[in-house]
Design a protein around this ligand. Structure first.
Ligand SMILES: Nc1nc2c(c(=O)[nH]1)N[C@H]1C(S)=C(S)[C@@H](COP(=O)(O)OP(=O)(O)OC[C@H]3O[C@@H](n4cnc5c(N)ncnc54)[C@H](O)[C@@H]3O)O[C@H]1N2
Ligand code: MOO
Length: 588
C-alpha cells in the first residue's frame, strides 16, 4: 500500500496493548511541538466508537440520515463520516487531513498497513517482538536489549525518542528532495526553494516612509499605540444616551444635545437623557444609547418604544480603546501594510513609519527572436511578454524596477547589462536562455561575473532555472516560456523577494479542492496546472483546468484563478480526488 494521499512524513507506533502507547505519546507530543513540529494524529479505534453524544443536534442529524456530518465552532471542527460498507484505509484517512496545517502525521494502530513505525515494547508484558514480522519498523523503543540491528531507544527516555523522530523527519525531507528526481541532477521544488532562501539575506537597512506611500511596505520596527482608538467612549448610533441604572422609566427629560467632536460638560443624572449623534462622546454617567427610531418626543420629554427592541445596558456604545488600546503592540516588525493597516496607522495619528528599504530589481529579456512591443513585427519573432509579466508581479510586491530591455545575443551586451544590473539593483532577473540548447556564452558570462548554478527542477512548467549571485546580488535566470516564467516567479522569486523585504508572516495560500477532471500528473514531478476553482452548491471547493496547458499559452494564466499543484508523490489525480490549489488572487 502506498500513502500517496500524504506529502507529509507519516510515522506509526506499533505495540501490544498495555505498553503505554498513549501515555508515551502524551509526553512526546509536547516535546515535538516545542521543537516547532505541527502534529496531526490518526488513531484507530474499535468499531463502536463515537465522538458524538446521544441527544446532541449533530447526533440527531446523523441518526436522521446525514452520512457525513461536519460540525464546526470558533475553536475546532470535526467531520464524522458513516462507513457502513468498509472502513477507510489509512491512505484514504490521510487525504482528509489538512496537510498544510501539519509537519508530521503520527499514527496509532493500523498495524497491518505498510508505513514506517517505531516498535514500542515493555519486557514485563513478555510479548513477542514485532520487528521480526513487520519490515516497516524503523526503530525500537523498549526497556531491554533487542536482537536487532535497528536503532534502539530507551522507551522511558522521551527526549531521545523525540530527537530520533526529528532526525528521521530531516532524512525524510532529503529523500523526498531526491526521490522525486528523474535524474540525480534534478531538484525538487521544495529543495530548490530552500536552497534559494538559504542564500538570501533578510534586510538590514530601513528608512522612514510617509503615510501616503506606506501601502505595500514592510515595517522594520514594532508599532505601539500612542493613543486609544476610539479616543473616548462614544455613541454607535444617532439616538438618546441614558444611564443603565435608570432603564425602568416611562419617559426621560432631554437635557441637551451632543454632536461628534463636542461634549456635554456635565454628568447625566437619573431621569435625564441627552440627544446624541453617532461618534459623539457619551457623557459622564451615561453608558447606554437608544436609537432614534425607537424614540417618541413630547416637548422636552422622550419615551422609548421597547416593543421595537428591549433596551440592554451598555448597548450602542463604543468603548474608548476598544479598537486599539494605548500602549499595546498594534503591528510587529515584518508586517506588510495594506489598506486596512495603513488606515489603522492613520487612526493612531501616525503620518509616517519606519520600513525596510524598497528593493530595486533589474530586469531584462534575452533572445534574438524577442522584440519590444510597439515595434513593427519581424518575421519569426515574438513580442517580449516576459519582461511585462515579471515587472507587473514585482510591482505588485512593491519593488522598484530597473528595466534593462531586451539584450541582444552577444557576450559583450550581456556582460555590460549584468555589470550595470549587479551594481544598481538588489536583485537581477532575466528570462530565456537557461535551457540545454542555449548558447554557451550565457553560462560563460555568468561564470565570469558570479557564481550561478543551472538547475533542472522537477516541475512542469519551469524545469530549467538558473540561480546564484553576481557579486553579492542574487540572480534568477527564469526560463523563456511565458507560463514557465510566471510559475517559477511564484514558486522561487516571490518567496525570495519577500524574505529580502523582511516580510516574515507570508506563506502562500493553499487549499484543498475536489477536481472535476483528471489532472496531469507524474510520479516524482510537481505539476502546476492552471485552474479555475469555485464553490459548489453544497459548499465544496471544486477545481477544473483552464484547458490547454502548453507553457507558451499565457492565456491559461490569465484565465486561471489558481494553480493546481500536484505533488511528486501523487501518481494520478482523477475526477473526485482532492488536490491542492494555490489561489492567484492578489499575487499577479
Ligand atoms: N532539449 C531540450 N529542450 C528544451 C528543454 C529541455 O529540457 N531540453 N526545456 C524546455 C523547457 S521546459 C523550457 S521552459 C524552455 C526554456 O528555454 P530557455 O530558458 O532557454 O528559453 P528560450 O529557449 O530562450 O525560450 C523558450 C521559449 O520562450 C519564448 N520566449 C523567450 N523569451 C520570451 C519573452 N521575453 N517573451 C515571450 N516569449 C519568450 C521563446 O521564443 C521560446 O519559444 O526550453 C525547452 N526546451
Ligand atoms: O519550463 Mo518549461 O515547459 O517547463 O516551459
Amino acid at each position: 500500500m502506498s500513502l500517496s494521499n500524504c506529502s507529509l512524513p507519516v510515522l506509526g507506533f506499533a505495540a501490544f496493548s498495555g505498553t503505554g502507547k498513549t501515555t508515551l505519546l502524551e509526553k512526546l507530543l509536547p516535546q515535538l511541538v516545542e521543537s516547532g513540529v505541527r502534529i496531526a494524529m490518526v488513531k484507530h479505534a474499535h468499531h463502536e466508537f463515537d465522538v458524538d453524544k446521544p441527544g446532541k443536534d449533530s447526533y440527531r442529524l446523523r441518526k436522521a440520515g446525514a452520512s457525513q456530518m461536519l460540525i464546526s465552532s470558533r475553536n475546532r471542527n470535526a467531520l464524522m463520516t458513516e462507513t457502513p460498507e468498509e472502513e477507510y484505509t489509512l491512505n484514504q484517512l490521510l487525504s482528509r487531513l489538512d496537510q498544510n496545517r501539519a509537519d508530521l502525521v503520527l499514527v496509532e494502530g493500523f498495524k497491518h498497513e505498510s508505513f514506517p513505525k517505531i516498535e514500542l515494547r515493555r519486557d514485563e508484558l513478555a510479548k513477542q517482538w514485532l520487528h521480526k514480522e513487520d519490515k516497516n519498523i524503523i526503530a525500537i523503543a523498549c526497556d531491554s536489549n533487542p536482537d536487532s540491528d535497528l536503532p534502539t531507544l530507551d522507551i522511558n527516555d522521551v527526549p531521545a525518542i523525540c530527537g530520533f523522530i526529528l532526525r528521521w523527519m530531516e532524512g525524510h525531507k532529503a529523500q523526498t528532495a531526491t526521490c522525486d528526481s528523474l535524474s540525480p541532477t534534478m531538484l525538487s521544488v521544495d529543495a530548490g526553494r530552500e536552497k534559494i532562501l538559504a542564500a538570501i539575506d533578510e534586510p538590514t537597512s530601513s528608512e522612514v516612509h510617509p503615510l501616503e506611500s506606506l501601502s505595500g511596505r514592510v515595517l522594520s520596527e514594532d508599532v505601539i499605540a500612542p493613543v486609544n482608538v476610539p479616543s473616548s467612549t462614544n455613541s454607535a448610533m444617532d439616538g438618546f444616551a441614558i444611564r443603565s441604572d435608570d432603564l425602568e422609566r416611562d419617559s426621560y427629560q432631554i437635557v441637551g444635545e451632543i454632536y461628534a467632536g463636542h461634549g456635554l460638560g456635565i454628568p447625566l443624572q437619573k431621569g435625564e437623557c441627552v440627544r446624541i449623534m453617532t461618534g459623539a462622546p457619551v457623557p459622564e454617567g451615561a453608558d447606554t444609547v437608544v436609537m432614534r427610531e425607537q424614540a417618541a418626543m413630547d416637548g422636552d420629554l422622550v419615551m422609548f418604544d421597547t416593543r421595537k427592541g428591549a433596551i440592554r445596558p451598555g448597548q450602542n456604545v463604543r468603548q474608548a480603546g476598544e479598537d486599539l488600546k494605548k500602549g499595546t503592540a498594534v503591528f510587529y516588525a515584518g508586517t506588510r501594510l495594506n489598506a486596512a493597516s495603513v488606515g489603522m496607522m492613520a487612526s493612531l495619528g501616525f503620518n509616517e513609519a519606519k520600513c525596510y528599504k524598497p528593493l530595486t530589481v533589474a530586469l531584462f529579456s534575452t533572445g534574438d527572436e524577442v522584440q519590444a512591443p510597439g515595434t513593427t513585427a519581424r518575421e519569426s519573432c515574438i513580442y517580449d511578454a516576459n519582461r511585462f509579466t515579471v515587472r507587473s508581479m514585482l510591482e505588485n510586491l512593491g519593488c522598484r524596477i530597473l528595466d534593462l530591455g531586451i539584450i541582444e545575443d552577444s557576450e559583450q551586451a550581456l556582460t555590460n547589462t549584468l555589470t550595470t544590473a549587479m551594481e544598481k539593483a538588489d536583485v537581477v532577473i532575466s528570462s530565456g536562455g537557461v535551457s540545454v540548447g542555449d548558447a554557451d556564452y550565457i553560462k560563460n558570462v555568468l561564470d565570469a561575473l558570479g557564481d550561478i548554478n543551472f538547475w533542472r527542477v522537477n516541475m512542469r512548467p519551469g524545469r530549467p532555472l538558473a540561480f546564484g549571485k553576481l557579486g553579492d546580488t542574487p540572480f534568477f535566470g527564469l526560463p523563456g516560456n511565458p507560463v514557465a516564467v510566471m510559475v517559477t516567479f511564484l514558486q522561487f522569486v516571490e518567496p525570495a523577494i519577500r524574505k529580502m523585504q523582511g516580510d516574515v508572516n507570508w506563506q502562500p495560500q493553499r487549499f484543498s479542492a475536489v477536481t472535476q477532471e483528471k489532472i496531469r500528473s507524474r510520479l516524482g514531478r510537481t505539476e502546476y496546472t492552471r485552474g479555475i476553482y469555485s464553490i459548489s452548491a453544497n459548499g465544496q471547493i471544486e477545481v477544473r483546468s483552464t484547458g490547454s496547458q502548453g507553457s507558451g499559452i499565457l492565456r491559461s494564466m490569465h484565465e486561471a484563478n489558481c494553480l493546481i499543484e500536484v505533488s511528486p508523490e501523487v501518481e494520478s489525480a482523477e475526477v473526485g480526488d482532492r488536490v491542492n490549489i494555490i489561489p492567484l488572487v492578489s499575487r499577479l
